[in-house]
Write a protein that binds this ligand. Structure first.
Ligand code: PEP
Ligand code: MG
Length: 754
């Protein structure tokens, strides 16, 4: 084999002819291997196809014994073919049999061939099979030959992906391409959704792989690269990059890669082998994805993701299509799949058609999770490589609560989930039937159940759940989903409509809690070593009072004639509360001078979420009108465990004695000093935790709207006196630090539904 005969372009042209022939799939495959062997002057050319059971089956060969076809099969951990599939990288050897992974199969008669070149058949980074050429002579294949075989493998990838070969599959050994997959992630929003994949950033489907005119393709590629670079520059210059979560620094990185000569050279070389410009980009992108699927180093993965994004941009530029899915014409039962997505992008889709969201990124406290929960869309995050594992339109199931995804589910799996969804709907129905039952424990103790909110779309939940009010309105969400800083007028309009929607029920507005994990894409980021401990929330409000003042003004004006409640986040000392209070007083005076009517009453409170407050809680409780425990942050700071980092956040149980004792101090001192206190962190919405909180003395809880039903069902069966005694006993004990098991036993023994 001395170089390819006629070169890869001639081969691609021949393959195009074969592909177009109206012949049986096996015949087509047989002709393809003959063409490849002849063109590459190889004595053997074989195609192995990946089956659903992970085994690579010989589907066609020129040169090996014909009877081995559909007989020879290797597991992915067997032989050189398995190695190539596993690594998703080409392998060239001058003497295959001396390689430790070589696995001899007598039925093939391959013992006489020494030189071996195998390449993975890749599509979107997934290995669909392996293409091999072999020669008798000991020789090493050149870079050009390896490149040519990889290009050829793309044609086979198309053939396999088309599903055409399923017709010749051995019965009971389906081809992997449509294989069902089960993936795990983390729960972002509860609920079960069944539907079909809609890629938030759809891939361009490259139909035309083989160039008619190579020079023309080279020119098309160069034009597209120039256009893409110009578009990126323009986006960066305009600064208007927030909409699709495209932060400036991300774009800067993309720009850097867009000028990466190594990456561009590989695409140019692929065009010169005879591919169309699109196919060349896809080839290089597929390699990138294959590396991505195998890379565990987070930094390298991030870089590979950047290259993948860039290839997408280039493909869309070539195709003249939009990067994001069109918001119109969303199919019924759409399940959105994305690497990452901003909350504004999610809000752009038609809620009526959305059944679920699946992301490669996005932790439970991310903004997209908050918005998905508000909209009641089941969502799962941190699902590795999901965008590579699915195709547009694939059947898919998202189980938010379990953090699981079923891709192309088998009929029995689909039926099981459909049943789960029905059961859930029935349970929701039962919760709805509790709507008008007073929220009172079995022994007659009133418990105020409130909802957490942050968008106007949350407000109808107030009436649906019959909650006592909005215990936490996260004002920063309006800022997070906006494309630029909302004006005082826009803030005022939102607060006024929230108060109107609340129809006289209390709403506790929390002032802007930004910084830390809550970033505003349009605001300049301050580089910090420890953003969670950094310049955030009330600290920004007090240092740069312009923003806080304008918000307080909007709140006071919207609150005219209402009972207005304002709460400050991340307060660490009573003095910070005093300073914030002074800002409010100043704004009140200002508005009065200008003849604006004041609120009917004004209550000011603090979030208890920084542990320092626990140690001067009396001073705080005496000065504020109310307190609300932000357990999400309080636990993060109490245990020094980043709430965004799953490796550490799940390590400490909020139902352990140290955490519960801290929560007890707040409940007791608030009660002693007559200061109303609520818990508005996530624990308030979990029935078991809520039961413990009632046992600690909490009488007000605020939670996501979907938690109201389960928590109410729990407390209706709870004896508050009994749980109070039990908590006292358990807290005084010296057994397991976590009281979770003991509390579960209590609930079971007392028939408290969780
Ligand atoms: C909390 O910290 O518990 C809280 C309710 O606030 P957020 O989750 O918005 O920080
Ligand atoms: Mg907080």
């Amino acid at each position: 084999m001395r170089g390819a005969l006629g070169g890869p372009r001639v081969l691609l042209r021949r393959l195009r002819e074969v592909m177009a022939e109206p012949v049986h799939a096996q015949e087509k495959l047989d002709r393809i291997v003959i063409q490849i062997a002849a063109n590459m002057v190889a004595e053997v050319c074989s195609v192995y196809v990946m089956r659903a059971d992970g085994v690579l089956e010989l589907y066609a060969t020129e040169g090996l014994k014909r009877e081995a076809v559909h007989l020879t099969a290797m597991r992915a951990d067997e032989g050189l073919v398995g190695l190539i599939a596993r690594e998703a990288e080409p392998l060239a050897l001058s003497d295959a049999q001396s390689h430790p992974a070589f696995s001899y199969r007598p039925e093939t008669g391959e013992e006489i061939y020494h030189a071996f070149l195998g390449v993975p058949i890749l599509r979107a980074g997934n290995t669909l099979g392996v293409l091999v050429v072999q020669n008798r002579a000991h020789r090493l294949y050149s870079e050009e030959e390896i490149e040519a075989l990889q290009t050829t493998a793309m044609v086979l990838a198309e053939l396999i992906a088309s599903g055409e070969l399923q017709a010749i599959a051995t019965p009971g050994a389906d081809i992997a391409i449509r294989r069902p997959l089960h993936q795990r992630g983390v729960c972002l929003a509860d609920g079960v959704g069944l539907g079909h994949v809609v890629l938030h950033e759809p891939r361009v489907v490259v139909k035309n792989l083989i160039a008619e005119d190579v020079q023309r393709e080279v020119q098309r590629l160069e034009d597209a690269i120039a256009a893409m670079r110009a578009a990126i520059d323009k986006l960066i210059e305009r600064g208007d990059v927030a909409h699709h979560g495209e932060h400036r620094d991300v774009l800067e990185t993309v720009r850097m890669f867009a000028n990466d000569q190594g990456w561009l050279r590989r695409i140019r070389e692929a065009v010169l082998t005879g591919l169309t410009a699109e196919a060349a980009v896809e080839r290089v992108q597929s390699d990138t994805r294959a590396r991505l699927l195998r890379q565990t180093d987070p930094y390298l993965r991030e870089r590979l993701h950047d290259l993948d994004d860039l290839a997408n941009r280039l493909l869309h530029t070539l195709a003249g299509t939009d990067l994001a899915t069109s918001r119109e014409g969303l199919p019924e039962n759409a399940i959105l799949v994305a690497r990452s997505m901003g909350p504004a992008a999610l809000l752009d889709y038609d809620r009526a058609h959305l059944r679920g969201v699946i992301l490669e990124e996005g932790g439970p406290t991310s903004h997209i999770a908050i918005v998905a929960r508000a909209l009641g869309i089941p969502a799962v995050g941190e699902v590795e490589n999901i965008t590579s594992l699915v195709e547009q339109g694939d059947a898919i199931i998202v189980d938010g609560g379990a953090g699981e995804v079923q891709i192309r589910p088998a009929p029995d799996v689909e039926a099981a989930y459909a049943e789960k969804a029905r059961l859930r709907a029935r349970r929701q129905e039962q919760y709805r039937s509790l709507r008008d039952v007073p929220s009172r424990t079995r022994d007659g103790l009133e418990i105020d159940l409130n909802i957490n909110a942050g968008l106007i779309v949350d407000m109808p939940h107030l009436a649906e759940t019959n909650a006592a009010g909005v215990g936490l309105f996260r004002t920063e969400i309006q800022f997070m989903v906006a494309q630029r800083l909302p004006t005082t007028g826009e803030q005022l309009a939102l607060y006024a409509s929230v108060l109107e929607a609340a129809q006289g029920l209390p709403v506790t507005f929390r002032t802007l809690d930004i910084g830390g994990d809550k970033v505003l894409p349009y605001m300049k980021q301050v580089e910090e070593e420890n953003p969670a401990l950094g310049w955030r929330a009330i600290r920004i409000g007090l240092d740069r009072p312009g923003l806080l003042r304008s918000q307080v003004r909007a709140l006071l004006r919207a609150g005219a004639g209402h009972h207005l409640r304002i709460m400050f986040p991340m307060v660490a000392t009573v003095e910070e509360f005093e300073m914030a209070k002074a800002i409010v007083a100043r704004e009140e005076a200002h508005l009065a001078r200008h003849g604006h009517p004041p609120p009917a009453s004004l209550s000011l409170g603090v979030m208890v979420e920084v542990p320092s407050l626990l140690f001067h809680i009396d001073e705080v409780a005496r000065r504020v009108d109310f307190m609300s425990v932000g357990s999400n942050d309080l636990m993060q700071f109490l245990f020094a465990a980043d709430r965004e980092n799953r490796q550490v956040s799940a390590r400490f149980d909020p139902l352990c004695r140290p955490a519960l004792r801290a929560l007890k101090v707040v409940a007791e001192r608030a009660d002693a000093l007559g200061c109303p206190v609520t818990v508005c962190g996530e624990i308030g919405g979990r029935p078991l935790e809520a039961m413990a909180l009632i046992g600690l003395g909490y009488r007000r809880l605020s939670m996501s709207p979907s938690a109201v039903g389960p928590v109410k069902a729990m407390l209706l069966k709870l004896d508050a006196g009994a749980i109070t005694a039990e908590m006292e006993r358990l807290l005084a004990g010296d057994g397991d630090l976590s009281l979770r098991k003991a509390l579960l036993r209590f609930a079971e023994a007392n028939d408290v539904p969780l």
